[in-house]
Structure formats: structure tokens, C-alpha cells
Design a protein around this ligand. Structure first.
Ligand code: NAD
Length: 285
């Protein structure tokens, strides 16, 4: 494809998307904006973008595709600003945020102005951030959820997929609310548990220094995601509040049942708890 792309937020995700787009569509001109000047310059030096735009307003006016890859709070704020800027009529606006319901509601203003907004969530990443961590192949074979509002044309969804073809991701269409439920269960809630486990270890390590020394192997594996950006995860929890509160209630019930099983030394019940989890885990694709 030919044309202009504007990437706002040149971190891990924005940078990786820009690289994948450039690889698939070498003739495209990619301009980028980041509130952190050093990061924007790094993205330019690394060849992730062709030009730094001095402002969002300047960068988006000729864009055929606008990608918002900033924390979700900022996404909502910038979407509201975009609704009052001069955009090309057939421009597509997408985002990369990890929650979609509140972004979809914020995008209603853009849709009212006839601008196509299609929410997106490339489901790959890492605990690293910034342009220096960006990789062209980050999304290879990962799921890439798209959350178009009702009424968005198939031709526009296909145009966005064509733009993003270089990610080699598997695109799936879901509603914004279903997205938030799915990601709440398989990503956001596990993140809370991982950080909770680390905090528990920290608590015990003040009394027993061997805790830190022995927290290797399995503990490091299951808590790897606790090293992710606190800013990003704060926003995710707040933006997926209702789903996460429900999951937390279910989790507390489940843990109280496990506590009862342990207290009463219910060998059958404890075995069943692990066996059922193992069966589901072993059957995962
Ligand atoms: P990151 O910290 O690597 O990059 C975000 C960049 O946005 C930073 O360079 C920051 O300076 C910039 N930024 C913040 N506010 C801005 C603003 N108002 N204007 C311009 N630039 C601004 O973070 P990331 O991992 O690339 O995450 C970006 C988005 O992608 C988030 O919404 C996140 O939910 C989503 N996401 C992250 C992952 C992951 O694993 N990291 C995976 C999928 C989706």
C-alpha cells in the first residue's frame, strides 16, 4: 500500500507496528509523535519512523492511517482531540490499547464526524517498553483482536488488515465488551495475581532473606509479567474495572474453597482441584 501513516506513541507496540508496516509497505511514509522527545529521536535514529512530527495535529492531517499506541487514558484523550482536527475523509484511526470498552465509547465522537475508528489489540508484548524494545516480528502468529463498532464497513476492516498485514498476526473480530471480558480472564486478572505473588514474597523476604535468594525457577516464570509498566497496568485495571471486580469476587470464592480443603485436609478435594486445572491446562491449544 502507499500513503501516510502517523503513529502516536513510539514505544514497544507503536514502534513494532511501524516496523511491521514499513516492511510490508516500503513506500509508505511513517511519521511519529511521542510526548518523550528522546524516545521519538530514538525511533527516528533506529529507522522505525521516517519523520518526527512536531505535533499530533500536524502529523495526522495527511495520514491515511493513524495508530494510537499510548496508555489507554491518553488514547481516550487524544481520540477526543482528533474529533476536532482536520483528518482525511477516508482515514482509518486505530489504537493498540489493552482495553476496548471505554475506548469504543470515547470513539463515538469520531464516528459521528464520519471518521472510521476500528479498535485494535495486538496480543503480544513484553515487559519492556520504549522504541528501543520494538521488534518487527513482535506480533508474528499472535492474535490481533479488532473491535469495530456496528456499522463499520467490511471494506474498511479489510483495509486496516491490509495495512497491518506485515505483523503476520491472526486477526479476530470481537465486540469491545467481549474483548474486555476475554482479556480480563486470560491477561488482566492473571497480571494482578502475578504482582500479588511478588508482593507476598516481598513481605516475607523482610523477615526471611532466603525468600529472595530462592525465588528462582518456577517463581520467576509465573511472575515474569509483574515487571511490566505500572502506568500501563494501572490504566488497564481502571478501564476494565467491572470485569475485574467480578473476576476478583470469583477468585476469592475459589481461594476460600481451597483454604477449606487445606484446613480440613480434604485429600480428595485437593486432588480434584489440581486434576481439573491440569486437564483444562493440558487441553489448551
Ligand atoms: P510503551 O511505554 O513502550 O510506549 C508508550 C509510548 O507512548 C511511550 O513512548 C510514551 O512516551 C508515549 N506516550 C504516552 N503518552 C503519550 C501522549 N499523550 N502522546 C504521545 N506519546 C505518548 O508502552 P507500550 O507497551 O508500547 O503500550 C502502548 C499501548 O499498547 C498501551 O495502550 C498498552 O495497553 C498497549 N499494549 C501493550 C502491550 C504490552 O505487552 N506492552 C501489549 C498489547 C497492547
Amino acid at each position: 500500500m502507499n500513503g501516510n501513516v502517523c503513529v502516536i506513541g513510539l514505544g514497544l507496540i507503536g514502534g513494532s507496528l511501524a516496523m511491521a508496516i514499513k516492511h510490508e509497505h516500503p513506500d509508505v511514509n511513517i511519521v511519529g509523535f511521542d510526548r518523550d522527545d528522546n524516545n521519538a529521536h530514538l525511533a527516528k535514529i533506529l529507522g522505525i519512523i521516517d519523520e518526527i512530527t512536531p505535533s499530533i495535529e500536524w502529523g495526522v492531517q495527511e495520514a491515511d492511517l493513524i495508530i494510537l499506541a499510548v496508555p489507554v487514558n491518553e488514547t481516550e484523550r487524544i481520540i477526543a482531540e482528533l474529533a476536532n482536527m482536520n483528518l482525511k475523509k477516508d482515514c482509518i484511526v486505530t489504537d493498540a490499547g489493552s482495553t476496548k470498552g471505554s475506548v469504543a465509547r470515547a470513539a463515538a465522537g469520531l464516528l459521528d464526524k464520519g471518521i472510521t475508528f476500528i479498535g485494535g489489540h495486538p496480543m503480544a508484548g513484553s515487559h519492556k517498553s520504549g522504541a528501543g524494545a520494538a521488534k518487527r516480528q513482535l506480533f508474528e502468529n499472535a492474535f490481533y483482536l479488532l473491535t469495530p463498532a456496528e456499522g463499520i464497513l467490511d471494506s474498511d476492516i479489510n483495509r486496516l488488515k491490509e495495512w497491518l498485514k506485515g505483523t503476520n498476526a491472526n486477526f479476530l473480530l470481537v465486540t469491545p465488551d467481549n474483548h474486555d471480558l476475554l482479556t480480563g480472564v486470560i491477561s488482566h486478572f492473571p497480571h494482578i495475581i502475578a504482582s500479588g505473588l511478588v508482593k507476598q514474597a516481598e513481605h516475607y523476604s523482610t523477615r526471611n532473606p532466603l525468600v529472595s535468594r530462592l525465588a528462582a525457577g518456577g517463581f520467576r516464570d509465573i511472575t515474569r509479567i509483574a515487571s511490566s509498566s505500572p502506568e500501563m497496568w494501572r490504566d488497564i485495571l481502571i478501564h476494565n474495572k467491572s470485569v475485574l471486580v467480578e473476576l476478583m469476587d470469583n477468585w476469592i470464592d475459589e481461594m476460600l474453597q481451597v483454604k477449606d480443603l487445606i484446613t480440613s485436609e480434604d485429600r480428595v478435594g485437593i486432588y480434584r482441584f489440581f486434576q481439573e486445572a491440569k486437564e483444562f491446562r493440558d487441553d489448551l491449544p
